[in-house]
Design a protein around this ligand. Structure first.
Ligand code: ZN
Ligand code: ZN
Ligand code: ZN
Length: 148
């Protein structure tokens, strides 16, 4: 885990009067290491068990909930019936967009922000100050297009 994230975690836990436990640190580490994989709580559980064999699924759920409350991770719904989690970005940093293939289900990430112009339009037209957006694009990925 980068020392910055570790520091953030420690600081935010302290503000809430909570301790930095191995389990909390390990779960955040796993989400950082598997960035871009959009893990479910069950998948996190399988990975965290390697380092913390005594951990239970309920603890993973609780810890994930806590990390969400601390704004260290984000919740993601890819409409496949699972709630997924990924490491969060700093508050002012733009979060990536997701491309979801309807054929193979693979999720691609787009780091560029393509929506600045759209936000400007919305602000002009609706006098609505946009502070954030979450975007999912559905379609067919290159690989699936070529397979057909
Ligand atoms: Zn993502
Ligand atoms: Zn595909
Ligand atoms: Zn964007």
């Amino acid at each position: 885990m980068s020392s910055k994230d570790s520091y953030e975690l420690k600081k935010k836990l302290k503000e809430k009067g909570l301790k930095l436990t191995t389990q909390r640190r390990t779960i955040l580490e796993i989400l950082e290491k598997h960035e871009g994989e959009h893990l479910t709580a069950e998948e996190i559980y399988e990975l965290v068990k390697v380092d913390c064999p005594e951990i239970g699924l309920a603890t993973v759920y609780r810890t994930v909930q806590l990390l969400l409350e601390l704004d260290l991770i984000e919740k993601l719904n890819l409409d496949d019936g699972f709630v997924r989690y990924e490491i969060g970005k700093n508050d002012n940093e733009h979060h990536h967009h997701h491309l979801i293939c309807n054929t193979c289900g693979k999720v691609y990430e787009v780091e560029d922000d393509l929506l600045d112009n759209l936000e400007d339009e919305i602000e002009k037209t609706f006098k609505f100050k946009v502070t954030d957006h979450k975007v999912k694009f559905y379609g067919v990925c290159e690989k699936c297009t070529n397979d057909n």
